[in-house]
Design a protein around this ligand. Structure first.
Ligand code: ADP
Ligand code: MG
Length: 344
């Protein structure tokens, strides 16, 4: 090995970056769907083959990408979402690092097709294999964007080895779709696997429509046993659905928690929820919930990790106590002992 310093080739730099954002089909889909949402799409169609390992296709009806920007969309650190450091303070989009498409296209065969208008005409770029040079060609496409990703990790066998069975990868994709579906009731979402329909979720923001979607995603039994909560205090709001303790799970598989619309996993949140359920659930049972915490965006930092599952609350004590208090009270209302007390 030479000890002389060399610049990484763009392709190698992208493949290294891909290690962070592109772990498996589900992470590809998450990035693509976030791009679609950032583009203002109201309809998301996802088709996958073989758990997404062989093929992932995401089509949206968003604003599309300009012909001249298509090759740039695949370049690293190319983004339309921030222009200056100040923008980071108030970033309203899900993406902003300009890494997803560059990363994905460095480890798969990617075709990007897009149109900005209703002419039915669009443009397409494809990158595959060794060369990162994207060739532009005209293509028929309605307003919006389609990203087609084939043969994930075909050129990085070491990464490919870490993929699990098609069934497992499909389950991760399904989880990703469900998590997203519960964060955007205003967007219709469909998923097809190996040519068969899995989800077809219609958009709607009314209580009835939202509860229909929750039932589709979490199962009708969840909804039948769910308590609707909506609590507001000290600038914090918690709303959503919590299953009565009778509907507990052997796995933590029905736990959806959103902070200002983003799905997150957080120690402060988990602890507060666990404590609230501690005396109503048997040991080893897990609660089921779909909950939304809303607070001043300035009171929470979402830019902790590239995959953005993590947040940092400015006042985590306040958040913890609010969550615990709100859930504990909601559950107290169905706890038989306490109901008797109240009725006396
Ligand atoms: P980021 O989302 O961080 O900006 P990406 O690599 O995910 O980076 O996307 C690069 C750019 O490509 C985006 O900033 C956006 O301008 C454009 N883009 C990607 N996907 C879409 C889409 N589905 N619709 C419209 N524009 C898109
Ligand atoms: Mg993105």
């Amino acid at each position: 090995m030479s000890d002389r310093i060399q610049l990484l080739s763009p392709r190698l730099a992208n493949q290294i970056a891909a290690g962070e954002v592109v772990e498996r089909p589900a992470s590809v889909i998450k990035e693509l769907l976030e791009n679609s949402l950032d583009a203002g799409a109201t309809r998301l169609e996802v088709e996958i083959d073989n758990g997404g390992i062989k093929r992932i296709k995401v089509r949206d009806n968003g604003g599309g990408i300009d012909k001249d920007d298509l090759p740039l969309a695949l370049a690293r650190h190319a983004t339309s979402k921030i222009h200056a450091l100040e923008d980071l303070e108030a970033v309203a989009t899900l993406g902003f690092r300009g890494e997803a498409l560059a990363s994905i296209s460095s480890v798969a065969r990617l075709t990007l097709t897009s149109s900005r208008d209703d002419s039915g005409q669009g443009w397409q770029v494809a990158v595959s294999g060794r060369d990162m040079q994207a060739a532009l060609a005209p293509a028929a496409h309605p307003r919006g964007t389609t990203v087609d990703v084939r043969d994930l990790f075909f050129n990085t066998p070491a990464r490919r080895k870490f993929l699990r069975t098609e069934k497992t990868e499909f389950n991760r994709v399904d989880e990703t779709i469900k998590r997203l579906a519960l964060s955007r009731f205003d967007v219709s979402i469909s998923l097809r696997h190996n040519g068969k329909g899995v989800h077809n979720l219609r958009a709607g923001l009314g209580r009835v429509e939202m509860e229909r979607r929750v039932a589709q995603v979490c199962g009708p039994a969840f909804m039948q046993n769910a308590l609707h909560i909506d609590v507001e205090r000290s600038g914090l709001r918690l709303w959503g659905w919590v299953a009565e303790p009778a509907f507990s799970r052997s796995q933590a598989d029905l736990q959806f928690f959103y902070v200002n619309g983003r799905a997150i996993r957080d120690k402060v949140v988990s602890h507060a929820v666990r404590r609230a359920f501690a005396d109503v659930l048997y040991h080893g049972r897990h609660p089921a919930f779909v909950l939304y915490l809303e607070l001043d965006p300035a009171a929470v930092d979402v830019n902790v990790h590239p995959t953005k599952h993590e947040v940092r609350f400015r006042d985590s004590r306040l958040v913890h106590d609010f969550l615990f208090g709100s859930l504990h009270r909601a559950l107290a209302d169905v706890r038989p002992g306490q109901r008797e007390e109240r009725e006396q």
